[in-house]
Design a protein. Structure first.
Length: 226
């Protein structure tokens, strides 16, 4: 939560997985609800009159989800930073590119598309992306001439962290749910490959459903897409 009462959620993803967009939407839903609860409990809201509270019943704070992804995103067409928001199709068809709700924003970073050299880094955002992309190489990081960035980098140096913090970081680096999510995705993809192979050999779809455990409707859909 920032001093200006904006609610941010920053996620760093090393590998792609199924339902990535679903996940961004789900996480944002949690963020909006949390922000709404904190907004309603704020001192500012408590001082409002009963009528004002009723009037602002459905007001929500600005919420921003930032996803830094170390994998290619097919919908990022060349640029390394993309923004998602809510738009009206009718307004867009009229040639006006303006979000309906500026307080709801997604910032998506495709790290593989960030290819700036240290000399090309001119702002704090690019400085952080440079660090995220190159820190693992083990070489000394450049001085970007930004006091806030340099101070933050100094505070998170490995040699400045105590053993307890390092152990916690290592344990939390890959959450159990992340592992389970990817394992489940791998199993599903393998089953779909098996379905495709059986379809190619003209095995009846009812039999494929029994063998694979994939719903019949899903198998019919894949058959029409072949």
């Amino acid at each position: 939560t920032t001093g200006s009462k904006r609610f941010l959620n920053i996620e760093m993803q090393k590998a792609d997985h199924s339902f990535f967009i679903d996940r961004t939407i789900l996480y944002k839903a949690f963020l909006i609800i949390k922000g709404k609860h904190e907004m309603d409990k704020s001192e500012e809201f408590k001082t409002l009159t009963k009528e004002e509270k009723e009037y602002r019943r459905y007001e929500i704070p600005e919420t921003i989800s930032i996803w830094i992804c170390d994998f290619e995103l097919p919908y990022c067409m060349g640029k390394y930073i993309d923004e998602w928001a809510i738009y009206s199709k009718e307004v867009l068809d009229g040639g006006i590119i303006e979000t309906l709700f500026p307080k709801n924003k997604y910032i998506i970073v495709c790290l593989p598309k960030f290819n700036k050299t240290a000399d090309e880094v001119k702002n704090p955002v690019d400085a952080w992306l440079y660090v995220l992309k190159h820190a693992h190489e083990g070489e000394p990081l450049p001085d970007f001439g930004n006091g806030i960035v340099n101070d933050a980098l100094n505070r998170i140096k490995i040699e400045n962290l105590d053993k307890t913090t390092l152990n916690e970081l290592e344990r939390e680096m890959i959450a159990k749910e992340e592992i389970e999510c990817r394992l489940a995705g791998a199993k599903i993809e393998t089953r779909f490959e098996m379905v495709d192979a059986m379809l190619a050999n003209d095995i009846p779809i009812e039999k494929i459903a029994i063998i694979s455990g994939i719903p019949l409707d899903e198998i019919k859909k894949r058959r029409t897409q072949r």
